[in-house]
Ligand binder design. Structure first.
Ligand code: AMP
Length: 364
């Protein structure tokens, strides 16, 4: 079996690494000649929307999946008309536009922050009178890791925030005074079987995920499972999906979902019976899904911009390093490491050591 992946970054790389023991082969389409997954399979080098390359990908692969959600709709449709594509283009379309996504959540009874669409400075001024300060202005499309968004605290912030969108349609969201951020990663197979991972508790800085901790037996687990299964069943979703949520005093509020394997699920490689990457492959191939149970206590720390030497990281006990083989660049995720422990106290201490190392080289 050969799996085609749009994109050959670290997510594609970790999917391929999980697929080798299952006897799977991989073909990647990526515009970068030195994309980090390339050594793990065949590489079609060129633009995502090149029809010749897309046809080639569809011809070589038994199933196509992707590692990023901003796949143009016509590209996903083209592939789906030539081969099996999971998740289906519909999930991409919903996830790509924050307004469509929020309306989808609302229709499914999944709470969101209050929001209004914004097309110009005047409509932003009107929107803020309903939503109030503080609020966050986000571009409807192409936003990730906090890009394309501004916090507005007062009237003076409105014009600069609007300018930052550079004319793109926006959505104004009320600022959610969350106690913490969590995400639920789940897999749904072609046959409709679903497994849920334990909640991940996530710490962001500058809009970028820094630390994700597996929270087994979290009091919000059931509510999160109810929301994500509603979403996956409605979309007839196949593959891994991550739903990002805010917890506000015992209630969950949806922020967004990612129709792909997700950074907040990287701890599952060592911290769960079956990793999110393996379960993504099992789901799209309609194989039985693996157990998503936690194995001990686990947490992951991202290395942003730079990574310390492997020797330095390996001085921390029970650590597992994942270098992405990407050249260092400001704000770029270049590696992550996962620590495992038997008690929460031990885990917290290991995470502190790891986060301190990450902060030393962090240039964001
Ligand atoms: P996003 O690009 O929507 O994932 O946002 C990146 C990060 O910005 C989130 O993980 C939160 O830390 C923060 N954020 C986004 N939207 C809101 C909101 N409505 N209220 C409070 N914080 C937010």
């Amino acid at each position: 079996m050969k799996i085609g992946i749009l994109g050959a970054g670290q997510l594609a790389r970790m999917i391929a690494l999980a697929g080798y023991p299952l006897g799977l082969e991989f073909v990647f389409l990526d515009p970068s000649a030195d994309a980090c997954a390339n050594p793990l399979g065949e590489h079609l080098h060129g633009d995502y929307s090149d029809p010749r390359l897309l046809a080639e990908l569809a011809a070589r692969a038994d199933v196509v999946t992707y590692e990023f959600e901003n796949v143009p709709a016509d590209v996903a449709e083209f592939l789906a008309s030539h081969t099996q594509v999971h998740p289906a283009p519909k999930a991409l379309a919903v996830a790509q536009d924050r307004l469509v996504e929020k309306a989808y959540f609302r229709d499914l009874g999944i709470p969101t922050a209050p929001y209004t669409s914004v097309d110009n400075l005047k409509s932003l001024e009107q929107a803020i009178s309903g939503i109030g300060f503080p609020a966050i202005l986000k571009s409807c499309t192409m936003g990730y890791d906090g890009k394309g968004q501004s916090l507005v605290r007062s009237t003076e912030d409105l014009a600069p925030a609007w300018e930052q969108l550079a004319g793109a349609p926006g959505v104004l969201e009320g600022f959610v005074p969350f106690n913490r951020e969590v995400s639920i990663v789940a897999a749904r197979s072609v046959s409709g079987a679903i497994v849920f991972y334990p909640l991940s508790e996530n710490v962001h800085r500058g809009g970028i995920l820094r630390i994700a901790t597996c929270r087994e037996d979290d009091p919000m687990q059931q509510q999160a499972e109810a929301y994500v299964s509603r979403l996956m069943n409605e979309l007839n979703y196949v593959g891994i999906l991550a739903l990002e949520l805010f917890e506000v005093d015992g209630e969950l509020v949806a922020n967004e979902f990612a129709p792909r394997v997700h950074n907040s699920g990287h701890w599952t490689i060592e911290g769960a019976e079956t990793s999110q990457f393996e379960n993504h492959l099992r789901a799209i191939l309609d194989l039985p899904l693996g157990s998503s149970s936690a194995v001990g206590k686990a947490a992951m720390v991202n290395f942003i911009g730079n990574v310390p030497t492997t020797e330095e990281i390996l001085t921390i006990p029970n650590v597992h390093v994942h270098l992405y083989d990407k050249s260092p660049r400001k704000g770029r995720k270049v590696a992550h490491a996962t620590v495992r422990a038997e008690t929460t106290e031990q885990l917290d201490s290991l995470v502190k050591q790891l986060a301190a190392l990450a902060d030393q080289v962090d240039d964001s």
